[in-house]
Structures are given as structure tokens and as C-alpha cells.
Design a protein around this ligand. Structure first.
Ligand code: TAP
Length: 490
């Protein structure tokens, strides 16, 4: 059964939606946003380029002195009020996210929206306890480190978790006293625009949060190369991340990169097979497999391989595929027609390269969901040099290989240059700890995958990112620049 769409949302979607540049309404060009669950047009949104980016940076600059001059307590109160306002609109935000991305409403309501809102409260709290001034014990000096916000910070974001990743990005920056300019993905800009509207209603000063929708090639390049942006954060593919790093380098602007991954799950022979296979099946159907850190390489001990695969196939075959707003849906469509074709092309190339499908999903059309961008889960097996084992596919698929011992497993995991997230599954916790310590990745989980909490740092290394990660007190300090103040004393 579909959820009834909120009246507020109907109104929001009924008219072209402008950028969010302080108090200015600007819309020189527009583009259509498509509902991936049925291929219909969901909304028309403004599309900006460098002129709009210039305006947004100017607005963020104008708002910065007053916002940064607030005491941490005063800013924290405003951010908590903002979180309360988001909570008031939580059900609308969840519906909008499901409409825009295609994700099940149960996921938007259960994770994306509440976890995003919690981020503002978490960093509001961190900001009130932070050390802005640290005395230094240096002979001959009275000295201290003084930490201040940077100024306008930029955020370029992907389409898979638009709201959550937006909150992960801007909450620490705002709590530290910076103002922000955001470019969401042009594929899924709606909750970002809606959140910016709620921010004004909640009393956040105009110009503190600015949103420009546009293509990466135009608005994205203009933002990441803008000379007056003081700090950049990018979440997206490793390929684009390298370009953004280069552009920021030219301005010597500090840059945080949260990039792609090809996460491995290493499954030892002593696991509870039913439970582990069910959880890993869930890891590839979560968000239709469009999750940077999820387990897409399953390395299974040879002694349990066949039993493990049988269980996973059984679970995946019974996954309910359908429109995001349908309450029964466990897995929605892929985000766009273009992305679905990319996924299908990868699977074809993998099979041409010798991979065998132990579960061959592919294009499906669930009942009452004509014209959506659906695919059923796929499990491939074969050698680990196959393209589907090496590259990020970003769909509901996993690549399965066998291993014999710890060294074999560690070698297999570390073979790729990605370093975002892996998991090790074993009843023997000493072994699990020993093996995870040898894996090269920012996040290494034991007997679980896709584990998130505020206070648990999350970030990648190598091809998966650089610059500090998210979700911990350290993330807050990333948004404060340090200066030393010193006076000689006799
Ligand atoms: P990308 O294609 O890299 O796009 C991400 C953002 O960058 C979009 O807003 C895009 O704009 C913009 N962009 C594209 N080219 C640009 C350029 N030359 N200059 C500036 N901006 C540019 O990624 P995606 O397809 O949206 O998202 C999937 C990727 O994100 C996967 O690789 C996934 O692993 C990664 N991801 C990583 C994480 C973390 S936390 N590590 C979290 C989620 C996703 P348009 O698309 O609007 O044109």
C-alpha cells in the first residue's frame, strides 16, 4: 500500500523549485527530476552555473561574520531548534527522499531522516564542549592555540543518501561557525532544497545555508574552483574526487574527500551461516546496493561456501522489490535509467570475462510499477581478477570467492586500491580482531556490516578518500582552523 503524500509536499512539488541563495529567488534555467519508481516527472528544479555559484558564495560570505560571532552556546541552541523543526517535518522529508531516490519508505523513516537529524544535535553538543583556546606550555612564552571557523565552506554531494550525507557534511561545519554552499546531485536535489527551506523557518539566518542545483560539469566545477571558498568537502566517486582534489589544490583550499569503495566481507567457517548470509544479502539490497561501503565482495571459507551461497540465494529470491513509497517494499529501483544501464553493462562485462551467475537477477518489472528502473539481485562467482570483483558497480550485486586461511583472505581484501570498509565474520573474536587489524581500510567491522553511530569515525583511505572522515568530534575540529598566539616573557 502506498503512503498518502503530504499536502505540504504536493505544494512544494507543484511549482518549479528555485535555488536557495539567501533571500533571493533565482531560476534562470530548470530541469526535471524523475521518480525512479515509475519514471514520471516528480518536480522541476532550477539549474545553476557559475553565476549562481558566485551569488551563493557572496551570500555565505555576507552571513559569515554574524554567524561566526555567535557564542558556541547560542549557535548550538539554534541548531537544536533546527533539528526540532526537521523532526516536525520528518515524515515529509522521508516521503520526499523515497520519491526522489526510490528507497523504501521504511528505510527513509527508520534511518535516513532520523539519523540525519541526530547529526545536528550531536555536533551542537560537541561544539559546546570543544576547546577553542588551548594554552601551550612553552618556556619563555605565554602562548596558546586559538581555533576559529574558516568562512564559506562548499559541499558537493552524491545521489544515494542525499539527506543523510548533507547532514553529515554541513552539521559540523555550521556548528563550528562556518557558512555553507551546497551542490546536491542534480538527480536527487529535493530533500536538500526542502531542508534549506526548513532552516529559514526554524530561524537560521539567511545566507548560512545556500543550495545551488546544477550539473557537476558546470556548477560543481565552479564551486570547487571558487577562489573564495575556504574549505571543500566532496562525497562521490573516486574519479570525480581526484578532479575536485586537483581543483582545490590550485587554490590551496583544504579538501575532504569521501569516495567510492568495494567492501569485502570475510566469512570464516565458524559463523552462524543463516544469520550471516541473511545479513550480507541485506547489505546488497539496502538502498538497492547503492551504498559506498557495503559488502560487495564476499570471501567465504571454502568449507562452508556452498551452504552459505544456498542460504543467500534463498533470501535474495524472496526480497520484495517495488516502489519506494510502498510499505511492503524491501528494495526499491535503481536511482535512474542511466545508472541502471551502467549496472547492467557491468554485469554483462563480468559474465563475458568468465564470471558465473549463481543468482541471475537483472531487469524486473514489479506489479503496479511500470517504467521504474528495477533490477533483481545478482550473485556472481569466479576469479578475483574479474571486472565485477575489482570495480564498484553500485547495484544489488555481490561477487563471491573462496578462501582457505587468514593470509589468503587478507591478501584478497587488500588487493584492491579501495580502502573504505570491510567486515570479518567469525565466532572467534581473537581471530576477527587479528584479521581486521591487517586490513587496509578506514572502517573495519566485526560480525556486522554498515555500522554507523555518532562518535564512531567514518572515512576512507587510498582510492576511498582523504582528509579526516565524518561523524566524530575530530570532524568538528576539521572545520576550525588553528592559529598560534604567542608573547615572549622574561
Ligand atoms: P559522482 O558522479 O562522483 O558525483 C558526485 C557529485 O559530484 C554530484 O553532485 C556530481 O554532480 C558532482 N560532480 C560530477 N563531476 C564533477 C566535477 N567535474 N566537478 C565537480 N563536481 C562534479 O558520484 P555519484 O554517482 O553521484 O555517487 C556515487 C558515488 O559516490 C559512488 O562512487 C559512491 O561510492 C560514492 N559515495 C561515497 C560515500 C562516502 S561517505 N565515502 C558516500 C556516498 C557515496 P551531478 O551528478 O549532479 O552532475
Amino acid at each position: 500500500m502506498n503512503s498518502e503524500i503530504h499536502a505540504n509536499l504536493r505544494e512544494f512539488l507543484a511549482r518549479p523549485i528555485p535555488h536557495h541563495i539567501g533571500d533571493q529567488v533565482r531560476m534562470t534555467a530548470t530541469a526535471q527530476v524523475v521518480n525512479p519508481s515509475d519514471g514520471s516527472v516528480l518536480a522541476e528544479v532550477a539549474m545553476g552555473e557559475s553565476a549562481e555559484i558566485d551569488l551563493a558564495v557572496a551570500c555565505a560570505e555576507k552571513a559569515f561574520p554574524a554567524w561566526s560571532a555567535l557564542s558556541p552556546n547560542a549557535r548550538s541552541i539554534l541548531l537544536c531548534r533546527f533539528a526540532d523543526a526537521l523532526e516536525k517535518h520528518a515524515s515529509e522529508l522521508a516521503q520526499l527522499e523515497s520519491l526522489d531516490v526510490g528507497k523504501p519508505i521504511s528505510a527513509s523513516e527508520g534511518f535516513d531522516v532520523p539519523f540525519g537529524i541526530e547529526c545536528f544535535r550531536y555536533f551542537a553538543g560537541v561544539s559546546t564542549l570543544a576547546r577553542y583556546s588551548t594554552p601551550l606550555d612553552v618556556t619563555g612564552f605565554e602562548a596558546r592555540i586559538w581555533r576559529v571557523p574558516y568562512g564559506p565552506c562548499a559541499f558537493i554531494l552524491p545521489w544515494n543518501f542525499p539527506l543523510t550525507l548533507l547532514c553529515w557534511g554541513i552539521a559540523p561545519a555550521l556548528a563550528a561557525g562556518n557558512t555553507v554552499v551546497v551542490k546536491p546531485s542534480q538527480v536527487t536535489p529535493l530533500t536538500t532544497l526542502y531542508l534549506a527551506q526548513i532552516a529559514l523557518e526554524a530561524g537560521l539566518p539567511s545566507g548560512v545555508i545556500n543550495v545551488i542545483v546544477g550539473s557537476g560539469a558546470k556548477a560543481g566545477v565552479a564551486l570547487s574552483s571558487h577562489p573564495r571558498i575556504k574549505r571543500m568537502a566532496f562525497t562521490g566517486s573516486s574519479l570525480v574526487g581526484k578532479t575536485i582534489g586537483e581543483l582545490c589544490g590550485r587554490n590551496l583550499a583544504p579538501c575532504k574527500l569521501e569516495l567510492g569503495g568495494k567492501g569485502a566481507a570475510v566469512v570464516f567457517e565458524d559463523v552462524d551461516i543463516d544469520s550471516c548470509a541473511t545479513q550480507l544479502a541485506g547489505a546488497i539490497t539496502m538502498n538497492t546496493g547503492q551504498v559506498c561501503c557495503t559488502a560487495t565482495r564476499w570471501m567465504i571459507h571454502e568449507n562452508i561456501y556452498d551452504r552459505f551461497v544456498d542460504k543467500a540465494v534463498d533470501v535474495l529470491k524472496h526480497t520484495k522489490i517495488g516502489p519506494g513509497l510502498n510499505r511492503d517494499t524491501q528494495m526499491g529501483p535503481l536511482v535512474s535509467k542511466v545508472h541502471r544501464q551502467l549496472v547492467l553493462d557491468y554485469l554483462d562485462r563480468g559474465k563475458e570475462g568468465g564470471a558465473r551467475a549463481v543468482l541471475d537477477g537483472g531487469v524486473v518489472e514489479p506489479p503496479n510499477a511500470a517504467n521504474g528502473f528495477y533490477v533483481a539481485p545478482v550473485l556472481l562467482e569466479g576469479t578475483d581478477d574479474n571486472v565485477c570483483c575489482r570495480e564498484e558497480i553500485f547495484g544489488p550485486c555481490a561477487y563471491l570467492t573462496r578462501f582457505t586461511d587468514e593470509d589468503h583472505a587478507v591478501l584478497g581484501v587488500n588487493k584492491l586500491a579501495y580502502g573504505l570498509a570491510n567486515s570479518v565474520w567469525s565466532a572467534d573474536l581473537s581471530r576477527a580482531n587479528r584479521v581486521t587489524e591487517r586490513l587496509v581500510a578506514g572502517n573495519n567491522w566485526i560480525n556486522g556490516h554498515n555500522l554507523f553511530a555518532y562518535g564512531l569515525p567514518y572515512g576512507g583511505v587510498n582510492l576511498s578518500g582523504m582528509g579526516g572522515g565524518v561523524n566524530s568530534p575530530e570532524t568538528f575540529y576539521d572545520y576550525l582552523r588553528m592559529q598560534t598566539i604567542a608573547r615572549p616573557i622574561s
